[in-house]
Design a protein around this ligand. Structure first.
Ligand code: CUA
Length: 374
């Protein structure tokens, strides 16, 4: 009896929490009220089953407790009970699954008039790309991604040139217009999640995923990464502002187009640009990069730096050393780091490109025979 009262209290408290907030999901700001409905159905079905199972367990513990004159018996079969349990379980599963499938069919049916927006996830920031005046989100190649060209845009593709690219963590969307988010990742799994929008999806390296929603009220919302993606995961946040169509149009017009962002051109030489793409493809930047990392020596200022090795040797990080460290990393471990890097089989040309990238992007001194004009 006591247990029953406690359970009824828990149920009553849960219902109160649900309606009183702020323990509940934040107030809806998209067309996906149906997702809340499916969450509600699942909570009710699993809640009823949970309480029934706990009540029956409590009843059985008391009713069939040990008595010296009592013996356990084995019942090989109970057709009636099995039919009832199978039937009730099926009803519960159908009650949760059917509305879920109905909502899912809406989730995968993108409206024809939806505006495409590309969201680019990378450790640990968000970037955005909007279609330009032609309304077309120009093609981009996953293969061409690099930190100098994170959207993989091709300057020779006319459809890309008026796209607007935003490498900040903040973007704006118009209210009451369906948005089709195309999601890509430059490095590992991430997940684009705005709690008030409800709908969410993973960003998966190498493929494009998508989801759609219609923002239904204006305001500022927080973008969260909902897939663990490394030490900076907790801080992978961004901002979504939902504004009127006029405010959105003027905001978008103030963002640079891809053509404008290209005007300065890359400050890297062609070899260093190839080295950058290669470093991305080979995953070098996951451990090295240009910031301090516990995983591998930073490439910032690496070229020409004196390093003490774990075996006590002092080396200078020149062409020959970097080439050896790429091909036989186990023999060239810098003091303070572990033996974690696998050997890489790269051609002399590829290694020269990576060294050019380390030199130029990492601010190392130019080699004496480079003919540098200063
Ligand atoms: Cu990105 Cu977690």
């Amino acid at each position: 009896m006591t247990i029953a009262i406690v359970l009824v209290l828990i149920l009553a408290l849960s219902i109160w929490f649900h309606f009183a907030g702020p323990w509940d999901l934040p107030a809806l700001a998209s067309n996906w009220g149906d997702i809340d409905l499916t969450i509600g159905i699942t909570l009710v079905v699993t809640g009823v089953v949970f309480i029934a199972v706990i009540l029956f367990t409590a009843y059985a513990v008391v009713k069939f407790r040990y008595r010296p004159d009592r013996q356990a018996s084995y019942e090989p079969e109970n057709k009636k009970l099995e039919l009832w349990l199978t039937g009730l379980t099926s009803v519960g599963i159908i009650a949760m699954l059917a509305p879920g499938l109905a909502v899912y069919s809406d989730i995968v049916s993108v409206p024809d008039d939806a505006m495409e927006v590309e969201v680019l996830a990378k450790q640990w920031t968000w970037g955005f790309r909007f279609p330009g005046d032609d309304g077309i989100l120009g093609k981009s190649s996953v293969r061409l991604i690099s930190s100098a060209n994170p959207f993989g845009l091709d300057p020779k593709d006319p459809a890309s040139l008026d796209d607007r690219v935003i490498n900040a963590n903040q973007f704006t969307l118009p209210v009451d217009r369906p948005i089709n988010v195309k999601l890509r990742s430059i490095d590992v799994l991430h997940d684009f999640y705005v709690p008030q929008i409800r709908n969410k999806i993973d960003a998966v390296p190498g493929i494009v995923t998508s989801m759609w929603f219609t923002p239904t009220r204006t305001g500022d919302f927080e973008i969260l990464c909902a897939e663990y993606c490394g030490v900076g995961h907790y801080n992978m946040r961004g901002g979504l502002t939902v504004a009127s169509t006029e405010e959105f149009d003027s905001w978008l017009a103030s963002q640079p187009t891809f053509a404008e962002s290209q005007e300065g051109g890359s400050s890297l030489s062609p070899a260093a640009q190839r080295g950058e793409v290669l470093s991305q493809e080979q995953g070098c930047l996951a451990c090295h990069g240009f910031a301090a990392s516990p995983l591998g020596p930073s490439w910032q200022g690496l070229y020409g730096r004196e390093e003490r090795m774990t075996d006590g040797r002092m080396i200078t990080a020149d062409e020959a050393y970097i080439a050896r460290a790429i091909r036989e990393p186990a023999a060239e471990i810098v003091e303070g780091y572990g033996n974690v890097m696998p050997p890489y089989e790269l051609s002399d040309e590829q290694i020269a490109d990576i060294i050019a990238y380390i030199k130029e992007a990492g601010g190392g001194e130019a080699a004496p025979d480079d003919g540098a004009s200063d």
